[in-house]
Design a protein around this ligand. Structure first.
Ligand SMILES: Cc1ncc(COP(=O)(O)O)c(C=O)c1O
Length: 403
């Protein structure tokens, strides 16, 4: 039999960062030393109280199917927790549990976007946005960023231009941005909110890193006037509690949209893992020292990584107060080393770094297509899966190599 995939499969993208992991693992399997800065996974253990709760409830027989929306106790706890941290009120009816943060992206789009309707999304950005917009036959409308004095700024003009020229249904906004680690100041967030309200857009606010915070306070666009009723928040336990492989997350937003997403749950996975949802209650309501320890560990890593990157001639690196990513501008160092600018040169640069010094990272090109006018070259360093001594050793090698 000759198998031909369904046409729609050609529209499905992927997370190419996982391919970098494969290359890195193959290189390490040959006995080579590798410094893994490429994948946003964590080498930090889930807090023990959460592990204990999962064992307890698995032992207690919470092993059958449960409600497609999620167990009521966790929905209630999550609605309360998310609301409190954002100064908003949510009820159980505003919340559905998901197997991770990621499923919220596709389910939100399936619930709100018709064929050919436009959806604004960030690039560089989490690549699943574009993949899911295209897969579900929407019109992808990417918006970019530029470097401000103190971090990356969102290209508001690009958003406005898309709105002028397209039938736009929704906007995806990732504050606490992967891959850039950036976030909006109040003015920028208000501008985005005004655009959403003026054009009656629905908003998916990807808040995967809301609680990975080194100073200051995270803000949600849902908390701005008139925004709660048009915003679905993507929540995940993955980063806050180092639970990436547990697959537990949620969507919090207007009841009418959440109800559609629950219908999709029934069709997709029936329900999220039953006993893990009880562990989720412990995560939200139990002892928070594990979470605090995770942030402390990440902060130590960030501090050393930012300092070392900025010590490299021809590299400029902002210091993010959230996420666990750095997105240094390496243009000058890259050109000095003789690489030609653009996607090809960057791909070679990345592989040479892996093969010559064992330092593995992603580049701008793992996070969506380049937009016209992008002139700088960036790499993304994740410090969630690498300890301080290895950060020091790896980035010393990178410095020597680049200089
Ligand atoms: C911006 C962003 N959104 C969503 C997710 C998905 O989170 P989860 O692993 O919980 O599915 C990630 C994971 O890396 C992310 O970086």
């Amino acid at each position: 039999m000759q198998f031909k995939p369904a046409t729609r499969m050609s529209r499905l993208g992927t997370e190419t960062a996982f391919a970098v992991s494969g290359e890195c693992a193959a290189f390490a399997a040959k006995g080579n030393k590798v410094y893994p800065f490429h994948l946003g996974d964590m080498n930090i253990k889930t807090p023990q109280n959460i592990i204990d709760a999962a064992s307890k409830y698995m032992g207690a027989g919470k092993t059958g199917y449960c409600a497609a929306a999620g167990i009521a106790e966790l929905r209630e706890a999550l609605a309360e927790d998310v609301g409190k941290a954002r100064g908003l009120q949510y009820g159980t009816e505003n919340c559905t549990i998901q197997p991770g943060g990621k499923p919220t992206i596709g389910k939100f789009l399936m619930s709100v976007m018709n064929e050919s309707e436009g959806v604004l999304y960030p690039t560089p950005g989490y690549p699943i946005y574009e993949s899911q917009i295209e897969f579900h036959s929407g019109k992808p409308l990417p918006y970019g960023y530029y470097e401000g004095n103190n971090g990356f700024k969102l290209n508001i003009d690009q958003i406005k231009e898309h709105i002028e020229n397209n039938d736009v249904r929704a906007l995806i906004y990732n504050n606490g941005q992967n891959p850039m680690g950036s976030e909006s100041d109040e003015k920028e967030m208000r501008q985005i909110a005004s655009i959403a309200k003026d054009n009656d857009l629905l908003v998916l606010s990807d808040e995967a890193y809301f609680d990975i915070r080194y100073s200051g306070k995270s803000q949600s666009i849902a908390s701005l006037p008139g925004m709660q009723e048009r915003t679905v928040i993507l929540y995940t336990f993955s980063k806050k509690f180092a639970m990436t492989g547990w697959r537990l997350g949620g969507a919090i937003g207007p009841q009418e949209i959440i109800e559609q997403m629950i219908r999709l749950n029934v069709n997709d996975e029936s329900c999220s893992n039953h006993f893990i949802q009880y562990a989720g209650i412990e995560a939200l309501k139990g002892d928070q020292s594990g979470h605090k320890e995770i942030v402390k560990t990440l902060k130590e890593r960030r501090d050393i990584a930012v300092k070392m990157m900025n010590s490299i001639t021809g590299v400029r690196c902002f210091k993010p107060e959230t996420t666990f990513y750095l997105f240094p501008n390496v243009t000058e160092a890259f050109v000095r080393k003789g690489y030609g600018k653009g996607v090809k040169g960057m791909a070679k640069f990345r592989l040479d770094s892996l093969h010559q010094i064992g330092v593995s990272f992603c580049t701008r090109d793992h996070f969506g297509k380049r937009l016209a006018g992008e002139e700088n070259e960036y790499i993304r360093l994740a410090y969630s899966g690498i300890n301080v001594d290895q950060i020091e050793e790896g980035l010393t090698k990178l410095k020597e190599w680049l200089e």
